[in-house]
Design a protein around this ligand. Structure first.
Ligand code: CP3
Length: 339
């Protein structure tokens, strides 16, 4: 939490996206006995999965085990995670009738399991460990809603809707944005110290379309969730942001396409940066992991305001020992910084 306030810390904090998941044998063991959705919706199981990487690695933040798709379920579009296929939604939202059929109940009414999981976690975790909630960003959630699940065709349906019926596109986006704000607010009220907004598909857009179709909704969240804190992660698009936009977001998660030094040089010191080791490095070997982790740390420099993370989620093929080596490399290196 000190890092989020740009205060110096005894060591650089680290957590990684998707830290609770399939690369951990203890996750796979539990997953054999329970469906993904059951794990997400049962607080005792979601608490257990959230804590699995914390026990192994001593990370500085825990991110609640949940999914971005729970919000679509709360809006009336249920999902399933299908083995080797990813998310499949019960229906898609493409027409005015589809839009009208979305639930009118407050999303928080059906997401009580998320808030209960967070309140249990806040009590179980030591106070110095940050607890993170999250949601999908409107563009990324709309991509799934309009497509009806994972897209093989590069999310063509949402791209078509954006041009063929911008008014309907805007209505769908506004509705999702309202839900995201309510869901994030409720997570902050129930024990989350900060929340991350995953715009995982922002980089599918070109810069002009990102500004038209994704950014206005991110800005609305930044304004309405004041004082946050919200970690904005517009994957593949952060290099397009202006200084004013970064000042508005305050905390920016970045992928590995540009160095942290690039962002510091472009936007100055007055915001928090999170990232950005290439997840593929975790599959290499211990020495490469240490060298590359150090390169990320050095690229940022030793001033406060850096949360170490990957540029995207950890992949299921990472050996658990490699993750341990990464945490050790980050903690050892940065401990020297302030002593
Ligand atoms: O970071 C964490 O450890 C917290 C848990 C978390 C999950 N999903 C658990 C999960 C988080 C933060 C997410 C976010 C999420 N979900 C995103 C944005 C992050 C990103 O990586 O870009 C997206 C796009 C989704 C949608 C989703 N959920 C997909 C595409 C898939 C299947 C493919 C995959 O990556 O595994 C899921 C399922 C899912 N969500 C799993 C986990 C651990 C695997 C499910 C299983 O056990 O079969």
């Amino acid at each position: 939490m000190d890092t989020l306030a740009l205060r110096p810390t005894p060591r650089r904090p680290i957590w990684v996206m998707r830290q609770a998941g399939r690369y951990l044998p203890e996750y796979r063991a539990l997953r054999k006995r329970h469906a993904f959705k059951e794990m997400v919706e049962t607080p005792a199981l979601a608490v257990e999965v959230t804590l699995q990487p914390m026990r192994r690695y001593g990370l500085d933040a825990a991110i609640i085990f949940s999914d971005i798709l729970v919000l679509l379920a709360a809006l009336g579009v249920s999902y399933e995670i299908v083995e080797d296929k990813g998310p499949v939604l019960a229906r898609s939202i493409r027409t005015a009738e589809d839009f009208e059929s979305l639930s009118h109940e407050p999303v928080t009414d059906s997401l009580g399991y998320v808030y209960e999981t967070l309140s249990i976690l806040r009590k179980e975790l030591p106070p110095e460990v940050a607890l993170l909630g999250f949601a999908g960003a409107p563009w990324t959630l709309a991509s799934y809603a309009i497509e009806g699940g994972n897209s093989k065709g590069g999310f063509s349906a949402i791209r078509v809707l954006l041009d063929s019926d911008p008014a309907l596109f805007g209505k769908i986006m506004d509705r999702i944005t309202d839900g995201v704000i309510d869901h994030l607010q409720a997570q902050l009220a129930n024990g989350a110290d900060a929340v991350q907004l995953f715009d995982s598909w922002a980089g599918m857009l070109n810069e002009a379309d990102f500004r038209r179709a994704a950014l206005p909704y991110l800005k609305r969240i930044a304004v309405e969730l004041e004082p946050g804190p919200v970690i904005f992660f517009p994957k593949g698009a952060s290099q397009w942001l202006t200084k004013e936009e970064v000042d508005q977001f305050k905390i920016l998660g970045v992928d590995g396409s540009q160095s942290l030094g690039f962002y510091r040089e472009k936007f100055g010191q007055d915001f928090v940066l999170q990232g950005n080791l290439d997840p593929a490095i975790l599959i290499t070997d211990m020495q490469t992991i240490r060298t590359e982790a150090r390169a990320v740390l050095d690229s940022h420099g030793s001033q406060p305001g850096h949360i170490f993370n990957l540029g995207h989620g950890i992949t299921p093929d990472v050996p658990p020992d490699h993750m341990k080596a990464l945490v050790a490399a980050v903690h050892e290196h940065t401990f020297k910084e302030t002593t």
